[in-house]
Design a protein around this ligand. Structure first.
Ligand SMILES: C[S@@+](CC[C@H](N)C(=O)[O-])C[C@H]1O[C@@H](n2cnc3c(N)ncnc32)[C@H](O)[C@@H]1O
Length: 268
């Protein structure tokens, strides 16, 4: 996660430009997998970054709409604050809430899409199939539910970072994150809920200067509140990861794209 890191920008202006260019390319590559979205009412589930909302708004155009749903109220507020300057081509609204209990009526959207939600989902609160079923319930019959997320099929420094985040979330907050796994795990999950499931794995996308951004991050605040033994162990892992990032850069995972149709309707 790179949002909010500009407060102590470790990048020179031209590096920042290259970094943002690569983030946009990554986002475009993932969103292009959705195909033609013109005129669709889209729920962007589990996220509120302006980059992704803007990409979706450009694709649905003025006849469509984008609604973003994120459990993180601070991120929701920050994006709401930035929306005013964004001049988006489609109506956009942003809601704070849980994908397990989406605050929308049944059959409200043509497409429900998430990017990077599932690996951060707390499956102690309700399993991932329940989240997917809840998202399918707000999708119109014949509409699509589509998911993009990281997978562990290619070794990457970011995978160790995600494992550390998950361990820290469990030790400090008691959360059990779904985490990053093989592509088949997300595919199986979609087959439990949707019909006509199709999927593909895409190679990692390198993001210039992401290593500098990651190395400039402060130690996670929760670490200092843990029992000393656990804190020391996680600090050791974090330092080893930082050494690895200095050596090889912040190497990135592959992603999986998986989509299926909500049964019923003409296309289901
Ligand atoms: C790795 S980030 C994905 C970032 C995303 N691409 C974006 O545009 O913000 C995961 C996001 O999922 C959100 N999230 C995690 N669990 C959630 C839940 N149960 N309901 C709604 N959002 C959730 C987090 O707050 C976070 O914003």
């Amino acid at each position: 996660m790179t949002d909010g890191l500009y407060r102590q920008d470790p990048l020179l202006p031209e590096q920042r430009e290259e970094f943002e260019e690569d983030l946009v390319s990554f986002c475009d590559r993932e969103l292009d997998l959705l195909g033609d979205l013109g005129g669709l009412e889209v729920l962007y589930a589990g996220g509120s970054s302006l980059l992704w909302i803007e990409g979706l708004a450009q694709r649905v155009g003025e006849r469509g709409s984008v609604t973003a749903l994120d459990a993180d109220g601070d991120r929701v507020e920050a994006t709401r604050g930035n929306l005013g300057n964004a001049d988006l081509p489609a109506p956009v609204r942003i809601a704070a809430g849980d994908v397990l209990r989406p605050p929308f009526g049944p059959r409200s959207f043509d497409l429900v899409y998430s990017a990077g939600l599932f690996h951060e989902l707390d499956v102690g609160e309700g399993d991932a199939a329940r989240a997917l079923s809840a998202l399918a319930a707000v999708t119109r019959p014949g509409g699509r539910v589509a998911t993009g997320d990281f997978v562990d099929s290619v070794p990457a420094a970011q995978l160790e970072d995600e494992r550390l985040d998950a361990e820290l979330a469990e030790a400090s907050l008691g959360k059990k994150l779904f985490g990053v796994g093989p592509p088949e795990r997300l595919v199986t999950l979609h087959r439990e809920v949707l019909s006509g499931v199709r999927w593909r794995v895409c190679p990692p996308v390198w993001i210039r200067h992401l290593d500098r951004v990651v190395l400039a991050e402060d130690e996670p605040a929760h670490l200092s509140g843990l029992p000393p033994g656990t804190a020391e162990r996680l600090r050791g892992r974090r330092e080893a990861l930082r050494e690895r990032v200095r050596r090889e850069g912040y190497t990135r995972p592959a992603t999986v794209y998986v989509e299926g149709t909500v049964p019923g309707g003409r296309r289901g």
